[in-house]
Design a protein around this ligand. Structure first.
Ligand code: FE2
Ligand code: FE2
Length: 501
C-alpha cells in the first residue's frame, strides 16, 4: 500500500495542485491525513499549497472545536468518611525537594561534587549488603592481587564492551583509579552483566586470575538491600489516588472524562463509586499538568490553548473542584513551565495565583519525597524512562509495562542511573538518588497505567494519562491508557482502577 505521503501527492496531482515540502510534512503527520487533504482542496483555490496555508487550515480545525469549559461543581453537604480523618502529611522530607534551593551553576566542580556524592552514598549502601566474599577492597589494592580467595570491589561502570572471545569486559571506577572486571561468557554472572547500564554503581564479588584479571563471580546492585522487606500499610480507612499527564491545553486533553472523574470525587457516582470516592484522602499528581508551549517542533498545531498562563488558569479551575478534605500533592513534568532539567522546582506562584486560599493543594518539586500517614511517598514525573528504555534491551517492553522501568530504578536506587540520557542538573546532594526506600513510588510520563502492588514492599504505580492518543504516539506506535484512575487502599495495600473513558 502506498505511504501517506504518496497518497497525498497522488491526490494533489489529480487536482493539478503543488505543495511546499514543509506543508507536505505537516499534513502527512496528521491523523486522518487524507480526509484533511480532501477538505483543504475543497476550501482552497490556490495552485500551490504553502506551509502557512496548511497551518492556518489546521488552526481553523482546532479553533472552536474544543473550547475548554470548566464546570463548577456545586459542593453540597458532602460528608464522606475521609473528611473526618485528620491529614498526616509531611511534605518534602529530608530536603528532598530542589524548589528554591538550587545552587548549581554547572561548573566542573559541581559535576565532581555531584558524582562524588552519588558514589559515596551508593558505596555505603553496597558496603552494608551482606557478602560471602572475604573482604571489600579499593580498586587500587584489588589490582595488585590482594588474595587468592573471593573478595568484593565497588565501582561505577564507566565502559562496557564485548571481547573478541564473547566475554563482557567492564571498566569500573572508584575515587582513586579504574580497573577492569570480566564476566565470562556462559557464567552465571554473564546474564546479569548484560543488563548493566553505564554509570551504574555496583559491588562485584571477584576472584583474581593468574594474569591478575578480576573475574566476576557475582554482581550486587544497591537495591539488593530491599529484599525481604515487608509492605507497610496504615491504620486508617483511607486511600490515595493517582493522576499524571493531564496535558491541559492540548487538543487531546480528555476534559469531559476528567470532569466526570471530578464529579465522582464529589460523591456524584453510584453507591459503589461513592464508597470508593469517600475514602480518598490524598491525590498524588506526577507532572505534565499542562501541554506547555514550544516543548516540541510544531506543537502549536496540537494546542487548543496557546497561552501558557491560560493553560494554568484552566488547570487551576479544575483543581478547585477537588473536595477540600482531599490533600493534593502536585509536582511538575517536562511539559510544565519550570526548567526542563531535573530535579525540577515546584510550579511557581505566578501560574497558580487563583489558588490562594486552597490550602489542600500542595505544589512540590520533581522528584520529591513525602510522609503520608507514616508511609514514605516518592513522586517523580519519569522523564528518564525514555532514556532507560532506549539504553537497555532488557527494558524494551517499557512503554507497555512502565512498572518494569520503575523496578530497574529501584534495583539501582537511582531515578536516572545513566547520566546524560535525560537532562539532569548536577546538584549536591544528588536528589535523583533513592535514599530512603519508598512505600509508594508514583511516576508518569509514558501515559500508560502500570503497577506492582508489592515489589519488595513497595507499591509501584504509573498513573497513565488524561490525554488521548497523539499523532506523535501514533507515529511511535505507543498505545496510551487514558482516563484510568487508580485508587490505592492504604489500609489493605490493594489497588482499584476506575475507568472514566
Ligand atoms: Fe506526558
Ligand atoms: Fe512527560
Amino acid at each position: 500500500m502506498a505511504s501517506v505521503r504518496q497518497q497525498i501527492l497522488e491526490k494533489l496531482q489529480e487536482k493539478e495542485v503543488m505543495i511546499a515540502p514543509p506543508a507536505l510534512e505537516t499534513l502527512e503527520q496528521q491523523e486522518r491525513a487524507m480526509d484533511l487533504v480532501g477538505e483543504l482542496l475543497s476550501e482552497s483555490s490556490e495552485l500551490v499549497i504553502s506551509e502557512q496555508a496548511v497551518n492556518d487550515f489546521l488552526d481553523s480545525k482546532t479553533a472552536g472545536k474544543k473550547v475548554v469549559q470548566v464546570d463548577v461543581i456545586q459542593k453540597k453537604n458532602y460528608n464522606p468518611p475521609a473528611k473526618s480523618v485528620e491529614p498526616q502529611l509531611e511534605l518534602s522530607v529530608r530536603d528532598s525537594d530542589i524548589s528554591s534551593k538550587s545552587r548549581c551553576t554547572g561548573s566542573v566542580d559541581d559535576f565532581v561534587r555531584h558524582f562524588r556524592n552519588r558514589f559515596r552514598k551508593q558505596r555505603d549502601v553496597l558496603r552494608g549488603i551482606r557478602s560471602q566474599a572475604s573482604g571489600i577492597y579499593p580498586l587500587k589494592e584489588a589490582k595488585s592481587g590482594v588474595t587468592q580467595r573471593e573478595f568484593r570491589v565497588i565501582g561505577m561502570v564507566y565502559e562496557k564492551r564485548v571481547t573478541k572471545n564473547g566475554h563482557l569486559l567492564l571498566e569500573i571506577e572508584d575515587e582513586e583509579t579504574s580497573a577492569n572486571v570480566l564476566a565470562v561468557k556462559d557464567s552465571p554472572a554473564f546474564e546479569q552483566a548484560q543488563k548493566i547500564m553505564l554509570d551504574e554503581m555496583l559491588a562485584f564479588d571477584v576472584r583474581a586470575s593468574k594474569s591478575s584479571l578480576l573475574i566476576i563471580q557475582r554482581i550486587v546492585q544497591p537495591g539488593a538491600m530491599l529484599q525481604e522487606r515487608r509492605k507497610k500499610t496504615v491504620e486508617e480507612d483511607i486511600s490515595m489516588a493517582f493522576l499524571s499527564d493531564l496535558h491541559v491545553g492540548s487538543r487531546y486533553f480528555l476534559q469531559e472524562n476528567f470532569q466526570r472523574m471530578l464529579r465522582f470525587l464529589n460523591g456524584e457516582g453510584d453507591e459503589k463509586e461513592k464508597t470508593i470516592a469517600g475514602r480518598i484522602k490524598y491525590i498524588s499528581v506526577a507532572g505534565d499538568l499542562v501541554d506547555g508551549i514550544g516543548v516540541y517542533p510544531r506543537q502549536e498545531q496540537q494546542l487548543v490553548t496557546k497561552n501558557i498562563y491560560t493553560q494554568y488558569e484552566i488547570l487551576c479551575e479544575f483543581l478547585k473542584n477537588i473536595p477540600e478534605h482531599i490533600e493534593v500533592i502536585i509536582c511538575p513534568g517536562n511539559h510544565d513551565a519550570v526548567r526542563t532539567a531535573e530535579p525540577q522546582p515546584a510550579i511557581s506562584e505566578e501560574f497558580r495565583r487563583s489558588l490562594n486560599g486552597y490550602s489542600n493543594l500542595h505544589f512540590v518539586g520533581n522528584p520529591s519525597r513525602h510522609r503520608v500517614h507514616g508511609l514514605e511517598h516518592l513522586m517523580y514525573h519519569g522523564t528518564s524512562v525514555d532514556g532507560l528504555i532506549s539504553h537497555s534491551a532488557a527494558l524494551k517492553e517499557g512503554y507497555e509495562h512502565p512498572e518494569q522501568v520503575a523496578v530497574a530504578m529501584l534495583e539501582r536506587r537511582h531515578l536516572c542511573p545513566v547520566y546524560g540520557e535525560d537532562p539532569v542538573v548536577p546538584e549536591v546532594p544528588d536528589l535523583m538518588l533513592i535514599d530512603e526506600t519508598p512505600d509508594v513510588f508514583h511516576f508518569g510520563h509514558v501515559h500508560k497505567l502500570g503497577y506492582l502492588e508489592d515489589y519488595n514492599g513497595t507499591f509501584v504505580i504509573n498513573s497513565g494519562t488524561w490525554q488521548d492518543r497523539t499523532d506523535f504516539q501514533v507515529r511511535m506506535g505507543h498505545i496510551p491508557s487514558p482516563a484510568l484512575f487508580p485508587v490505592y487502599d492504604m489500609k489493605t495495600g490493594k489497588i482499584k482502577v476506575l475507568n472514566f473513558l
